[in-house]
Design a protein around this ligand. Sequence first.
Ligand code: C2O
Ligand code: CU
Length: 466
Amino acid sequence: MVTRRDFLKSTGATAGALLGGATPLAVFAQAASPAPLRAREVSVQLLPDDYPATRIWSYADATPGELLKVRQGDWLRRRLVNDLSTATSIHWHGIRIDNAMDGVAGLTQDPVPPGGTFDYAFNLPDAGTFWYHAHTRSYEQVARGLYGALIVEEAEPPEVDRDEVLVLDDWRLKPEDAQLEPIFDNQHDLSHAGRLGNFVTTNGRYDFGLDVRRGDRLRLRLINAANARIMLLGLSGLEGWVMAYDGMPLARAEPVGETLVLGPAQRVDLIVDVTAAEGENAWLLRAEGNEGFAQTEFRVSGAAAVARRPAPAPLPPNPRMEVPGLGLARRLRMTLEGGAMGRMSQGTYNGQNRTFSELAAENQFWSLGGVVGMTDAPLAEVALGETVRLELVNETAFAHAMHLHGMHFREVLADGGLGPLRDTILVMQDETREIAFIADNPGDWLFHCHMLAHAAAGMITWLKVA
Ligand code: C2O
Ligand code: CU
């Protein structure tokens, strides 16, 4: 990888070389309308070379889809072209976005049919690590690979030697032919932990690695793009700090502890120094039960000029990060019910009261506040600018990664303090957590579990901010 400065230099050089006789006007037009994002089927080598390539869906010829980089405060303008044989749409996860651009088929836009297009254009108010993914049958389309990283760069990024995006995903592949297990909504996944893969990649590779020097300072942007897997991560030969969660800077850099928990859709920005010796490897490790896996390898050769540096200054804050007015907040409470081994006996589905077994017959297994799946009316209507406290009572036997569209929230901690600003919170089995946010973004916003099979099986609702 190259540093930002090298990158600018090399783009400059390439542009210069390619320009030749092109008129400035043509160049300008090209810059103004970048190539569309084409959702399409491609073949990629996910497994080692002696296996066949895997057919996946992507927004590029590889996986993850195109890495999008935008400066904070700028606009992103991209046309989605649907080259698939089924409808799709793109959601820009974690962006405090204009509601019409949120990409939720059936709520904020019509699904884009095969051969169709949709022009996304929106401002990016927050710097940080975000991602984008399909939001039409997302339990299938995300599992097939329809996602990419969206990096919004600070005006003055922190001083690091390398800035790397590491997208983690698990794929469920049939070992015989290396193709995706094609049933995306089997009842077991829908009613248990969701679709868990049998093969975990970093940036689409089982053996992804980077060459670094001892003493290098790295910014690592980790994104969990898996449908349902909670990634338990650790570092070896790397030491450093958590700088941001879900794109939002922490007020203070926080030393990385023993285990970093990254639920589906969550992100974390780290700044780490390479402490492994020259000739050795440093690792991003992933724990699974009692086993540890080398998820990403950092091969250490050479040494940076500076051996050890002081802790980094916090990242510059994004606008509107405070959540004041807790005392006067509108209070909502939501039970999370259902699933295998749960206590749910009934739920409201399409306006009718149904028993758990009637629901199961329709592949619906979960409810939020007693309601299964989407409703015509929002779960709640909230006044623009109102502070909302939402208590999440998990009465199921599973963890859920609850994601709010359009606005970030803070957790209300047991001592009344507030946690970091996030867009997705893991609520473990039998846990109760409370979040608070300012409803400062008008529109219709989904609130759902990002274990995508759970959302497909009922764990999805919406709020109206008006
Ligand atoms: Cu990242 Cu509604 O999703
Ligand atoms: Cu869930």
